[in-house]
Design a protein around this ligand. Structure first.
Ligand code: GTP
Ligand code: MG
Length: 461
């Protein structure tokens, strides 16, 4: 029996309802060394659970400790080594009512199981070597994903795509460290050895790889938390109308009166697979009216914090005077100039057109240009977050990115040390890099770290 599995046989039995209560079916999971024995105390079907073929659904009844029948269920048993957690597992599929599922859970507790903590099944899967830590983290991302690309990203990591890249890097660092150690152990070895400059170049290349992977965090953050895209511009340009058109419903109030929108309004929408928080704002203009002024202050705060500002102008008005007076440095922020009401005809651009980006012409009224606008938003966000090249490349989360950056810094130190033939300092730096990469995979971990990671999970996962 592999070591990873034999280790699990002492784990206490845990149980939880894995599905949302009130659905058509409730799945109740039981895992641990004695899972089958505990579940058998409820099972009134034939044959005994221990004699059921593994991983096959069987219909039967469950009852409470007094033998009172509770529900007709489907049951499935997974043997150790062939279950989600790696331990023996039993799953009941019961009728979906909350009371019924809770009664089965209570009977399992009475039979010796204890309540599972959030993410405890996945934690056991990790500890039993069924998943590496990047895959375990991806399970939570998969559940939280609220857009097509976020889901794809989580799937990539769950399949091991992100972990594989880190493992390759870790292996290369470990190999390099072994070469350097050999120099330390046998300094006079006459055998052909790789020149120091070549070792330094290798360390430099590995550092660049780690750095590049760390920097993809921005793209990961966009996918996990959604991009903030602010619709801003002069009053009456059609910001609220565009929000409604993109959402496909009348969310914001639209009137011909300039200054209609006062408070900001945020809605989550999926644009080309990206989760986007669209923020409708009060039009920017000079005003002494206190309520409108307060709204304008909010607009400015949103622009300052946005991933992208879509600056909307009115084709029915002369363009001069419609562009923003940017604060110093603000022109560096991602900015997308748009002319709305293109159905009225697009006016010629003034010679002092201040934007480097091409102009997108749309009509919230007719929907013309909406595809181009959505594409321009996604392109601008991708460019700003470093995700433009290959939306399919795995992107790290904050923890993983910090460890990648730490590994890259240690590898840069190692490169310097190797170039100067300071073998001992180089060996220490390489050790640090390998350690940081190992922490991403969970090769080394502390209970505190696991508590932090798995506390984000739901109970039953
Ligand atoms: N012809 C035409 N009219 C539009 C278009 N989009 C909006 N409008 C009209 O322009 C007026 C202002 O639209 P809103 O969406 O309220 O503009 P806003 O930018 O949100 O205005 P404030 O909230 O006041 O800053 C309304 O009368 C809309 O019907 C468009 O594409 N074409
Ligand atoms: Mg408005």
């Amino acid at each position: 029996m592999p070591e990873a599995i034999s280790k699990t046989t002492t784990e206490p039995v845990i149980a939880a309802i894995a599905t949302a209560l009130g659905g058509a079916i409730a799945v109740i999971r039981v895992s641990g060394a004695d899972a089958v024995a505990v579940a058998q105390r409820l099972w009134q079907g034939k044959p005994a659970l221990a004699r059921l073929p593994p991983r096959v659904l069987t219909l039967g009844r469950v009852g409470d400790a007094a033998g009172q029948p509770m529900d007709r269920v489907l049951v499935v048993c997974f043997p150790a080594g062939a279950s989600y957690t790696g331990e023996p597992m039993v799953e009941f599929q019961a009728h979906g009512g909350a009371a019924g599922a809770r009664a089965i859970l209570a009977a399992l507790y009475a039979a010796g199981a204890r309540p599972a903590a959030p993410g405890e099944f996945t934690r056991r899967a990790f500890l039993n070597g069924r998943l590496d830590l990047t895959q375990a983290e991806a399970v939570a991302d998969l559940i939280a994903a609220n857009s097509r690309l976020a889901l794809r990203q989580a799937e990539l990591s769950l399949e091991g795509g992100f972990g594989a890249g880190v493992r390759t890097l870790w292996q290369a660092v470990t190999d390099l460290a072994a070469e350097v150690e050999a120099r330390l152990d046998f300094p006079e070895e006459p055998l052909a050895v790789t020149p120091a400059a070549e070792l330094a170049a290798t360390a430099g290349r590995l550092a660049a790889t780690g750095r590049a992977q760390a920097e993809r965090r921005q793209w990961g953050d966009l996918l996990r938390h959604g991009a903030h895209v602010v619709l801003a511009g002069p009053p009456n340009a059609g910001k609220s109308s565009l929000l409604n058109t993109i959402l496909g419903r009348d969310r914001a109030l639209v009137t011909p009166v300039p200054g209609t929108t006062r408070d900001t309004l945020e809605e989550l929408v999926e644009i080309r697979g990206l989760p986007v928080w669209l923020v409708d704002t009060a039009g920017l203009r000079q005003t002494d009216e206190p309520v409108e002024r307060a709204g304008i202050d909010r607009t400015r705060a949103h622009i300052a914090a946005a991933n992208l500002t879509v600056w909307i102008m009115d084709a029915g008005q002369p363009l001069a005077g419609q562009w923003p007076d940017l604060d110093p440095g603000q022109e560096l922020r991602p900015f997308l100039p748009v002319i709305n009401k293109s159905d009225l005809g697009v006016p010629p651009l003034a010679a002092n057109w201040p934007f480097s980006r091409p102009l997108v012409a749309v009509s919230a009224l007719t929907g013309a240009g909406l595809d181009e606008l959505e594409q321009a938003i996604v392109t601008a966000l991708g460019a700003a977050a470093g995700g433009a090249a290959g939306h399919d490349l795995p992107a790290p989360n904050a923890r993983q990115s910090e460890l990648l950056a730490r590994a890259a810094a240690a590898l840069e130190d190692a490169a310097t040390g190797l170039a100067a033939e300071h073998w001992e300092t180089a060996a220490i730096s390489l050790g640090e890099a390998a350690n940081a990469l190992g922490q991403i995979l969970g090769l080394t971990h502390s209970p505190d770290l696991l508590d932090t990671i798995f506390s984000r999970f739901c109970i039953g996962k």
